[in-house]
Structures are given as C-alpha cells and as structure tokens.
Design a protein around this ligand. Sequence first.
Ligand code: 13P
Ligand code: SF4
Length: 317
Amino acid sequence: PSDTSALVAEIDRLRRERNAVILAHSYQIPEIQDLADFVGDSLGLSRQAATTDAEVIVFCGVHFMAETAAILSPDKTVLLPDLEAGCSLAASITADQLRAWKAEHPGAVVVSYVNTTAEVKAESDYCCTSANAVDIVRSIPEDQEILFLPDLFLGEWVRRATGRDNIHLWLGECHVHAGIMAEDVERAREAHPDAELLVHPECACGSRCLLDLQAGRLDSRRTHVLSTEGMVRHAAASDAGSFLVATETGVLHRLRRLAPGKQFYPVREAAVCNYMKMITLEKVYRSLRDMVYPITVPPEIAERARVAIDRMIAVGR
Ligand code: 13P
Ligand code: SF4
C-alpha cells in the first residue's frame, strides 16, 4: 500500500484474518501506538501476552519483550517486525557472565530486570520491571544477599528505596536513560518551575532524585519516580497541569493522548531509543503478511525463565 491510511487498512484486514493482537510499548512511534490493541509498559505487556486469546502476537517493542511473550504464550506465534530491534541494557550481561557472578556469591538470590535475554532470565530467581522492582526486593528476606542486574541506576534506586545494603549491582545501563542527568533535570526545572517531575528509575538522575526527596530537598508531592505506566496513571490522576518527563520521549505521545488538557515537557529531547523506533507501519504490515519474524525460545530455557517471569507478573500493579 502506498499511503498511510491504505497501509493501516491492510494491517487491520490482516490482523483480523490472522486472529492477531498488536502489542506496543509506550516508546513506539505515534503511528504504532495509535494502531495497537494495547499500549503499555513491560509489566502490562507481559500480562497481556500471558492472557490474550489471539493466535498471533505482533510485538511492537524490542527483542527481549517478544521473547518474554513467547515464554508466556508458548502455543502462540510471536512476531517481532524487525529482528534488529535490540536493547543496549539487555546486551550488557550474558548468561556466562551471570553464571560467573553467581559463582562469586554462592547462595545469593538473583533479581533480573525484565530487560534481559531469556538465557539470563533462566539463570535468575526473580524477574522484575521498573513498576515492581522495589516490591519484589521487599518480598525477599532482609538478610538474604541479592544480585541485582543489569541496570546500575535502577539497582541504586532500589537499594535506596528499600534501605538495603546487601544488594550487589551489575554495572549495566541503558544508553538512553543513562544520558538523562541531574543537570538536565535542573535545566528543565528552571524552564518550567511549576511542573511536576516524573522520573523513570533507569535514568542516571533517578537515585539522586530519591536522595533529594529523602533529604527533603525535593518536594515529594511534586516529584515521582515511576515506570512508564506509572507516569501515565499519575498524570491522569494528578491535579497538576504540567509535567517534566524524564524517560524516552515516545511516552509523551501516550501522555498527551490520555491527558489532552495537560502540558508535558521532555527533560531531555535527545532521549530517543533507536531500537524502539525501528518498528514502522510498513514493517508491521510485512510482519502480518509474511508472518515474520517468529521469536521462539528453546523449551529448556523457557521453562526455567518462566519461573522468574511468573514471579514478576504476580507482584504489583
Ligand atoms: P518500563 O516500560 O517497564 O517502564 O521500562 C522502560 C524500558 O526502558 C523498556 O525498555
Ligand atoms: Fe533498552 Fe533503553 Fe531502549 Fe528501553 S530505552 S529498549 S532499556 S535501550
């Protein structure tokens, strides 16, 4: 199809024909978000993948998310429209590296952020997302040593939020969120002094915000460390009229759509995930037409990873 509306019409026809559901992360381009059956954060998308009765899941997100969907729905066909859609954070630790780290800390419980490969999840006791990382860690006995991976900034934030010092951190980072610094927040605050601040815990500025909150230097009614879905929920419910948003800028489309009367400003305009933006309408169309690219996980890996993922899905909103 040559124009956008014809392409969308073809996608609609094919998704009905294939009995497919289109899931999209909040960092996807606006056209994909508008087309999706469900838009959400990593936790919400995992829950959708686990419960959908569609036969095909077209995953508009990145590779580890499609893998998680394939583990949760082994009898469904999970398609990722572009195999190059990876994640710098998930790439920061391999299963071999994790096995070596575990050997250095025998008896430690492994908590892995969902942004990891299926092989890494298979070596983990718990998975978590940014929406439930603190709750998952709190559910583990306080005297239990924890290996938290792969995100250093999320890990620092969890450490500070739970007050635990027996959490060892892997030094991985997401190249997008690691670029969102305390100085960016300061600049944005000066430009929009009345706006509330919403910060994703993967940001380099996240644990500093929590430190400032705990020390009373930031107003806890106006500063919130949240997952992408937490931001959407908060912005819709809050009385505030404007918000500074510290995360990948794709979420702004979602926020503006759900809270049309409010103002949203990115803390860092350049915070764009090139992997998330690889999924286009053309690729979704091709994905449904040619049934590409199926994502599968070997059963012995999937079985072990599933235990950790089920624990993640069970905890928090
Ligand atoms: P959430 O959707 O869980 O907030 O995570 C953000 C992210 O970076 C996903 O790649
Ligand atoms: Fe990975 Fe960062 Fe992109 Fe999320 S924003 S998919 S963590 S590289």
